[in-house]
Design a binder for this molecule. Structure first.
Ligand code: FPP
Length: 242
């Protein structure tokens, strides 16, 4: 399946859900679901870069995922570390910038250090920005932004009257990223789960029944075709849009 570049979403955000169920259904341990899930994530990056998506944000680890069994957390951190090591060259070759959002101070030091290295080494790449949400929770992000702004008001750096959408945007982890155009969630669950709540105010939502390891390029392209067929009115009437 191909897609033309007209009206391509500029920012796609994906909740990659269903690794565990995929593995359990097949009689494997959950680990296998995550390793297969990583292959789908890689495929999304390649496809998005190829078709002209400028921003791809993947929900790789939520602030609530720290409550999972220790061994599963270690496996996920190991997968992330290993992926960063193996994919740095690919990111460079394909002119892709890596960013992170979330409270990365909670990640193991060795992973954090490597993440910083990859983000730094790819910071001038401009074909596409790949953002990994790690230890990310949208409410935490908003609280953080409110605290920073309140602090600036307290210290007379800004006045209350200056608080607007743009100022809040500048204090979110996603500063410099555009709003989400298309949010995809796999595995049949129809929830946003504390992911990019502010940034998805006008996003088109797309839910797929595929479990994440089974979600491949053809399914992404189907989601994009669906997105293109929708009329985004941003509160206006259809006539105003024409
Ligand atoms: C949700 O499936 C997936 C995660 C919590 C982790 C996402 C991680 C990957 C796709 C692999 C690594 C990716 C990168 C970018 C290195 P689940 O475990 O909640 O599945 P379940 O709901 O079926 O249990």
């Amino acid at each position: 399946m191909e897609t033309d570049k007209i009206n391509i979403p500029q920012h796609i955000a994906i909740i990659m859900d269903g690794n565990g169920r995929w593995a359990t259904n097949k009689g494997f341990s959950r680990d296998k679901g995550h390793t297969e899930g990583r292959e789908s994530a890689k495929e999304m990056v390649r496809t998005c870069a190829k078709i002209g998506v400028k921003n791809l944000t993947l929900f790789a680890f939520s602030s609530e995922n720290w409550k999972r069994p220790k061994l599963e957390i270690e496996l996920l951190m190991g997968l992330l570390h290993n992926s960063l090591i193996t994919e740095l060259k690919e990111l460079q070759k394909n002119n892709i910038r890596l960013k992170t959002i979330g409270d990365t101070s909670k990640l193991p030091l060795v992973v954090r250090k490597f993440l910083e290295k990859v983000c730094d080494q790819t910071k001038n790449n401009d074909l596409m920005t790949l953002t990994l949400a790690l230890s990310y929770g949208s409410r935490d992000e908003i609280i953080n932004s409110v605290k920073e702004i309140a602090d600036k008001v307290k210290n007379n750096i800004i006045s209350v009257e200056k608080i607007d959408e743009s100022l809040i945007n500048q204090h979110l982890y996603t500063r410099n990223l555009p709003d989400v155009d298309l949010m995809i969630r796999t595995s049949g669950e129809k929830r946003i789960s504390n992911f990019l709540l502010w940034q998805s105010a006008y996003a088109e939502l797309y839910f797929s029944d595929k479990l994440w390891p089974d979600f491949k390029s053809e399914h992404l392209l189907k989601a994009i075709e669906d997105y293109k067929s929708r009329e985004r009115r941003f509160g206006k009437t259809s006539q105003q849009i024409i």
